[in-house]
Design a protein around this ligand. Structure first.
Ligand code: HEM
Length: 410
C-alpha cells in the first residue's frame, strides 16, 4: 500500500480519465518505484464493485502468474472490473478456469495451435494480408486500424474457425462491441446493450456453425472441437461455444492492437523504420519489441484464494489482484531505457502473460501474423507516414488504437 499521506495512496489506477491517451506510463513508473503492489480503493464507474491490488513489476507478476493455487482465475473473473462480463460466462471459458479443469480443456485446444500447425498456414495468412493491402490500390491515405488490421485479423481467425468471409465484418463489430465495452465508438449501447444484444447474437452464430460442423465436418478448428474427445468424452456444446468465443475474441483484438501500435512506433521513430527497411531480417525483433512496449491486453486479473503476502504487502482471501503487463514490460530493472522503441532489443516480455498455466495459446499465430503484417505493409508502403492523431480505445483492459490515419506514400 502507498505510504500514508503519499499522493499515490488515493490514485485509482484503472480509472478511465487516466487512460484516455493510452496507458498512464508515468504513473506506473512511480508505482514500480514507490509502491509496486498498490491498492485502488474503488471503481468510480461501478461503485458496487470491490477495489483491487495492482501488481506492477515483472518479478511480482511472474510470481502471481505461476501460483494458480493462491491466485485463481476462476474465483472472481479475469479483468479488474467484473461487471462488464458475467462471471458465469468467464468461468465457461478455460481462461476463466483453474486446474485441473483448465488443463483438460486447454490441452484439447493446444492441438490446434502447435507451432507446426500454425506454420502450415503461413502462405494462407500472407495471401490474406496481400489481398487486404490490394484493396488500398489507388488510395493515398487510409486508417491502418479499420482498413488493414481489422479485415486482416478477422479473416485470419475467421479462416481458422470456419467463419464465412462475408460474415467477417459482422463478427468484428460484435467482438469490438463486447470487448470494447465502455468506449462509445466501439460499444454505443453500453455494457448493458452488449449483453442484451451482442453476446446472444455471438452465441447464436456460434451454435449455428457448430451444428453445421457437427453434420458436415471440414478441416477448420470448429470441426476439430466438435468432434474432439477428452478421456473418451466429447465436449459439451457450451464448452465449444465458449472456446469458440474465446478464440475469436483473442484473435480479433490482440494482433490488431500490437500491429497498429508497432506501426505507429515505427512511423514515429524514422531511424528504426529505416533499419527495418534496410534489413527485413529484423522483423522478428520489431515484433517482440512491439509486443513488449504495447501489450494488447493491459492487464489480466486473479483473485486470492487465501490470505497471502506479495512484496511485503498483505493480501486477503477474496481480494482482486491485477497484473499490469503495460507496466512490467517497461520495468527499468529489466530493460535499459524502457520507453525507447528498439527493433534490435529482442526482449523477453510478459505481453503473452508471465508463464504459468494461462500463458497465451496463440503466441505462434500472433507472432507469425504480426511478422507478415509488418513485412507486407512495409514492402508495399516503405514511405508510410502518420497523417493525424492516433486515438486509443477508452479502456484499461484492451490496449488498442481505434484509429491510426496514415499517408501510404505509394
Ligand atoms: C498480440 C497478440 C496476443 C497477445 C498480446 C495475447 C495475450 C494473452 C495473455 C496476456 C494471456 C494470459 C491471460 C491470463 O493470464 O489470464 C493470453 C491468453 C490466451 N490467449 Fe492470447 N494473446 C495474443 C494473441 C492470441 C491469439 C491470436 C489467440 C488465438 C486465436 C490467443 C488465444 C489465447 C487464449 C485461448 C488464451 C487463454 C489461455 C489459458 O487460459 O490457458 N491469443 N493471451
Amino acid at each position: 500500500m502507498a505510504a500514508v499521506g503519499s499522493d499515490l495512496e488515493n490514485v485509482l489506477v484503472g480509472e478511465r480519465e487516466l487512460w484516455l491517451g493510452g496507458p498512464p506510463h508515468e504513473l506506473f513508473k512511480r508505482l514500480r518505484g514507490e509502491c509496486p503492489v498498490h491498492f485502488t480503493e474503488r471503481i468510480t464507474e461501478f461503485p458496487e464493485e470491490a477495489g483491487y491490488w495492482s501488481v506492477t513489476t515483472a518479478e511480482d507478476i511472474h510470481a502471481v502468474s505461476r501460483d494458480f493455487r493462491t491466485y485463481s482465475s476462476e474465483l472472481g473473473g479475469v479483468t479488474a472490473v467484473s461487471a462488464v462480463f458475467p462471471i458465469e460466462l468467464t468461468r465457461a471459458m478455460f481462461i476463466g478456469m483453474d486446474p485441473p479443469k483448465h488443463d483438460r480443456l486447454k490441452a484439447l485446444f493446444q492441438a490446434g495451435f502447435t507451432p507446426k500447425r500454425i506454420a502450415d498456414h503461413e502462405d494462407e495468412i500472407r495471401a490474406i494480408v496481400t489481398r487486404v493491402l490490394d484493396r488500398l490500390e489507388g488510395r493515398e491515405t487510409c486508417d491502418l486500424v479499420t482498413d488493414v488490421a481489422q479485415p486482416a485479423v478477422s479473416r485470419v481467425i475467421g479462416s481458422f474457425m470456419g467463419i464465412p468471409e462475408e460474415d467477417d465484418a459482422v463478427w468484428a463489430g460484435l467482438m469490438n462491441s463486447t470487448l470494447g465495452a465502455g468506449d462509445v465508438d466501439l460499444n454505443p449501447d453500453g455494457v448493458e446493450g452488449a449483453m442484451r444484444k451482442d453476446v446472444p447474437e455471438i452465441f447464436e452464430r456460434c451454435r449455428k456453425l457448430i451444428a453445421e460442423r457437427g453434420e458436415r465436418p471440414t478441416d477448420d478448428l470448429t470441426s476439430v472441437l466438435v468432434h474432439a474427445q477428452v478421456d473418451g468424452e466429447k465436449l459439451e456444446e457450451h464448452e465449444i461455444v465458449m472456446g469458440f468465443f474465446l478464440l475469436v475474441a483473442a484473435g480479433n483484438d490482440s494482433t490488431k492492437a500490437t500491429y497498429c501500435s508497432g506501426m505507429r512506433a515505427l512511423m514515429e521513430s524514422p531511424d528504426q523504420l529505416q533499419m527495418l527497411l534496410d534489413d527485413p531480417s529484423l522483423t522478428a525483433g520489431a515484433v517482440e519489441e512491439s509486443l513488449r512496449m504495447f501489450p494488447a491486453f493491459a492487464h489480466f486479473r486473479r483473485t486470492a484464494t487465501a490470505d497471502t503476502e506479495l512484496h511485503g504487502q498483505k493480501i486477503r482471501a477474496g481480494e482482486k489482484v491485477v497484473m499490469w503487463y503495460v507496466s512490467s514490460n517497461r520495468d527499468e530493472t529489466r530493460y535499459e531505457d524502457p520507453d525507447r522503441f528498439d527493433v534490435t532489443r529482442n526482449p523477453e516480455h510478459q505481453a503473452f502473460g508471465a508463464g504459468g498455466r494461462h500463458f497465451c495459446l496463440g503466441t505462434a499465430l500472433a507472432r507469425l501474423e504480426l511478422a507478415i503484417l509488418f513485412e507486407e505493409t512495409l514492402k508495399r508502403y516503405p514511405r508510410i507516414a502518420l497523417a493525424g492523431t492516433p486515438v486509443y480505445v477508452e479502456s484499461p483492459f484492451i490496449n488498442q488504437l481505434k484509429t491510426l490515419p496514415v499517408t501510404l506514400g505509394a
